[in-house]
Design a protein around this ligand. Structure first.
Ligand code: BGC
Length: 764
């Protein structure tokens, strides 16, 4: 097979213009070793001081889980005695300095502490929640928002973030899907590397960068039924082929730390897993950072029923490879004695402490323990205009246009009156999302505010909330209360809808319906919102639905009836401005779904890269194939899907050859044309299917993508290189390797609309 000749310069220019290039593996300086300094410090330490380095406490006022830890006074005493290696949830220069001072001024060896915090999608400036940002498919942008979050958090004293979460998330019922980059291992890996490179930069000792964490190791995204904190039952091949790839990429590219998971896999809690933490992570992948437990996950080994008491839990966790204890007290209380009794070796303690000290040297904390404690910098950087601008740009690119019948979007200038309806339309809190760090309550720009900022003065805007749907839920201690009864204001909203040209309905989930501890059995619009949508639709069907949510939702009724739907997730501080600009056509939406949207929550987990099974659908009239009888097959919106205000047409794929050998490559080429009237961006996705292999393989797997810009009428020719690494997987030989055979290649705008070609890979 051949493809038309392209001018070399043209190809080079094209390559340079892609905003989402594959992130290159780079040996991040985070993996630098300070062995000499670490060893000499270790030699001076008593066993008690060594164990102290393995202890992490929360600043007691800010709990992110059940509280089992000591009171603040005791914690301070322990810090002063050199018995605490790290604090979490201590934020602001003032508080960090005060705590660090205790370690530096009072303790014998003056070892500085690490200050960790959940900087998940920002510190005080909120960027889109990770699931939303993944929808931008713009790796450069995701790196920039991590860089900016690091700049902001380090200005406030923090030097370690518990991010990125790289749990592959196939189940929309799981609340923490909002914290992930979705269901695909390749996309997750690319996003994970971009995030790590953003947080850690090239040099961890730079005071604007921070240590990152790969979490939760491993399997948390596969908890049964998406039910928070539950068990994971997956096999060895699924573990290696689906769950581990992003973790492995972070480990070998120098992520500073790993965090294990609350869940148990096939009977072994992750925190107790020697296989995961020691054999795979430390020995096989050569990870030289340290592993922190999840919040009290060592203590929870008792609840899991694998430890008799807290001492037993400490023994199991440390021997499995867990280096630092977040908040359970088990290490602080029992490790010294466990070593004295010969149940834990001092060698293991030395290994854990060396790893922790090494990270402190990397950060440069021994040179200046207060390097993140500059109040002037804190005032200048936190919530700065520069950060707000980036939050706005990231929000714009994260929006996904799901439906746009008759091009009702963007809103035409001649629309004279708009009814803005819905419980989230003037909500300044929900867009901040879950894991909102130190964001100020109600600090996001609401859709109402955004529209007021951007609409021409000639357009009349009338707002009505329609229904109150939620109260509470902001902390782990206050359950959500959903209004299921009071529909008294719906009629007022209906009247307003009747009297306006255009309706914009802003509905969805509150920020505290997704996130940790927020699994849902029903993922349709909560409370009386369904009733609101239907009532308004009967009065005026000319509706644009703006959806705010942290997970894929079942919006089947709306998808059948409402002419336009915009997926806006929880977009962060600048949400309303970005949404208004997309509604009004000042920005042409370019996001694509990083997760499948189901038709019905009972279909979950629903994901595009499933297996073929022994009984795929062969004949429309048969019932004996893998499916449900009572729901239409397949997704409501597939993985990779997203519309634009323009349209794109794909040519056929041409390959420079139809087979390749080890060490070789195939070049696939495809033309993409902007066939609409305005410029736009398209995420061109490449999938591969391994037709016959030693184990069952997915029906397609994402292997590459490029986000390109095209002017109206413009055609670009894209080239993709396919090499052996794109077809490798964890085979029946329990090795990551390739197998010869025939492969199907697919390129297109989403996982269900693809051009195809085929090629062979041969080994002889
Ligand atoms: C979460 C972690 C988080 C930790 C510290 C836990 O409940 O699972 O992801 O980093 O709390 O806040």
């Amino acid at each position: 097979m051949t493809f038309p000749k392209l001018h070399l310069v043209h190809i080079l220019l094209l390559i340079l213009s892609f905003s989402t290039m594959k992130v290159k593996s780079q040996n991040n300086k985070a993996s630098k070793n300070h062995k000499h300094q670490v060893d000499s410090l270790l030699n001076k330490m008593t066993l008690k001081e060594k164990v102290g380095q393995m202890v992490q406490y929360s600043g007691g006022w800010d709990l992110t889980g059940p509280a089992k830890s000591k009171n603040n006074k005791l914690k301070k005493e322990q810090i002063s005695n050199g018995l605490v290696g790290s604090m979490l949830n201590v934020t602001s220069v003032e508080q960090v300095r005060e705590a660090q001072k205790l370690a530096i001024k009072k303790s014998r060896l003056k070892i500085p502490m690490l200050f960790g915090y959940d900087v998940i999608h920002g510190y005080q400036t909120m960027f889109p929640v990770p699931l939303a940002e993944a929808a931008s498919w713009n790796l450069e942008l995701m790196k920039k928002t991590a860089e900016a979050s690091a700049e902001e958090a380090t200005a406030a004293g923090i030097n370690w973030t518990f991010a990125p979460m790289v749990d592959i998330s196939q189940d929309a019922r799981w609340g923490r899907i909002m914290e992930s980059a979705g269901e695909d291992p390749y996309l997750n890996t690319q996003v994970a590397l971009a995030k790590m490179n953003g947080y850690q930069g090239d040099d961890l000792s730079d005071p604007q960068t921070m240590a990152a964490t790969a979490k939760h190791f491993a399997g948390y995204g596969f908890i049964i039924g998406g039910r928070e904190y539950n068990s994971v039952n997956i096999g060895e091949f699924e573990l290696h082929n689906t769950i581990l790839p992003p973790f492995k990429a972070l480990a070998i590219n120098g992520v500073a730390t790993f965090m294990n998971s609350f869940s148990d896999m096939d009977g072994i809690p992750a925190t107790a897993s020697h296989r995961l933490q020691t054999e795979i992570l430390k020995e096989k992948w050569g990870f030289n950072g340290f592993i922190v437990s999840d919040w009290d996950s060592i203590g929870e080994l008792e609840e899991h029923g694998v430890a008799e008491n807290s001492a037993d839990a400490a023994r199991i966790a440390v021997n499995a490879g867990n280096d630092m204890d977040m908040q359970s007290n088990a290490y602080a209380e029992h490790l010294v004695k466990l070593v004295q009794d010969g149940k834990v070796s001092e060698k293991r303690i030395n290994d854990a402490v060396s790893r922790i000290l090494n990270q402190k040297f990397q950060l440069g904390l021994f040179d200046d323990p207060y390097k993140y404690c500059d109040t002037t910098r804190e005032q200048e950087v936190v919530y700065s205009k520069k950060l707000q601008k980036l939050a706005y740009e990231a929000a714009l690119e994260s929006i996904v246009l799901l439906k746009n019948d008759d091009q009702i979007l963007p809103i035409a200038n001649e629309k004279k009156s708009i009814a803005l309806i819905g419980p989230l339309a003037d909500d300044k809190n929900t867009p901040l999302g879950n894991w909102r760090g130190r964001a100020k309550k109600n600090s996001a720009v609401s859709v109402l505010e955004g529209l007021k900022n951007k609409l021409p003065k000639t357009t009349e805007l009338t707002y009505h909330k329609g229904v109150d749907f939620i109260k509470g839920g902001e902390s782990f201690m206050t359950p959500l209360q959903i209004n299921q009864k009071d529909d008294s204001k719906i009629q007022e909203a209906v009247e307003i809808a009747k009297n306006n040209d255009q309706v914009i309905l802003v509905v969805g989930e509150s920020a505290f319906q997704s996130g940790e501890g927020r699994s849902q059995a029903d993922i349709s619009l909560p409370g009386l919102q369904k009733q609101l949508v239907k009532s308004v639709y009967q009065a005026n069907p000319n509706i644009i639905m703006v959806l705010m949510n942290g997970r894929p939702m079942d919006i089947s009724w709306s998808a059948d009836h409402i002419p336009a739907i915009l997926e806006t997730w929880h977009l962060g501080s600048q949400a309303g401005n970005a949404i208004a600009d997309v509604l009004l056509g000042n920005y042409n939406p370019s996001g694509k779904l990083p997760v499948t949207f189901p038709r019905n929550s009972a279909q979950e987990p629903l994901y595009y890269n499933h297996k073929n099974t022994g009984r795929p659908k062969a004949n429309a009239n048969e019932v004996i194939y893998s499916h449900y009888n009572d729901v239409k097959d397949g997704p409501l919106f597939p993985f990779g899907f997203g519309l634009s205000y323009t349209s794109f047409e794909y040519g056929d794929i041409s390959l420079n050859k139809d087979s390749f050998f080890k060490g070789g490559e195939i070049i696939a080429e495809i033309n993409i044309t902007n066939t609409g009237k305005r410029k736009g961006e398209e995420v061109v996705q490449l999938y591969i299917r391994d037709l016959v292999a030693s184990i069952t393989r997915p029906v397609k797997e994402l292997k590459d993508f490029k986000k390109i810009k095209l002017n109206a009428g413009e055609t670009k020719t894209l080239q993709f290189s396919i090499t052996e690494k794109d077809i490798e997987f964890y085979t029946i030989n329990r090795k990551w390797e390739s197998e010869p055979g025939e492969f199907k290649l697919m390129i297109g705008g989403h996982s269900k609309d693809l051009k195809t070609a085929s090629f062979n890979f041969t080994t002889d």
